[in-house]
Design a protein around this ligand. Structure first.
Ligand SMILES: [Zn+2]
Length: 126
């Protein structure tokens, strides 16, 4: 992916991150985002736990996905499907910049997990 495209997704991801974290900070319980840069690992972990306590489960996992995606922009591999290692279409990334899988793999994973559910039901039968 081209650098300027990556930059665009990075900004998009950061704004999502601010949106999620900002909710907590607005309520006056969080730490200022600016302070995050130079606090120690321990403080960062404590901050993590605090955030986790304040965020809904769904928001928290979204935040983690956003952070993973931001890391991938930094170290490489952003926009690559975790399953088939093909490029995730940009149109999909524009809607879901923190997508981990391409739509094909995602539907396969979903199909598989619903199959797993069925298997559990079968084993329950006498
Ligand atoms: Zn895939």
């Amino acid at each position: 992916m081209k650098k300027n495209k990556l930059k665009k997704f990075e900004e998009l991801l950061q704004s999502i991150r601010v949106e999620i974290v900002g909710e907590v900070e607005k309520s006056g319980k969080g730490i200022e985002a600016e302070q995050m840069a130079d606090i120690s690992d321990d403080a960062a972990r404590a901050y993590d736990r605090k955030l986790q306590g304040d965020l809904e489960e769904q928001e928290w996992s979204k935040l983690k996905q956003v952070e993973v995606a931001l890391e991938k922009i930094e170290i490489g591999g952003f926009g690559i499907c975790e399953q088939c290692e093909k490029e995730i279409p940009e149109a999909r990334l524009e809607i879901l910049p923190y997508a981990e899988f391409c739509t094909q793999c995602l539907s396969e994973i979903e199909k598989k997990s619903s199959l797993d559910d069925q298997e559990i039901q079968y084993t329950k039968e006498p």
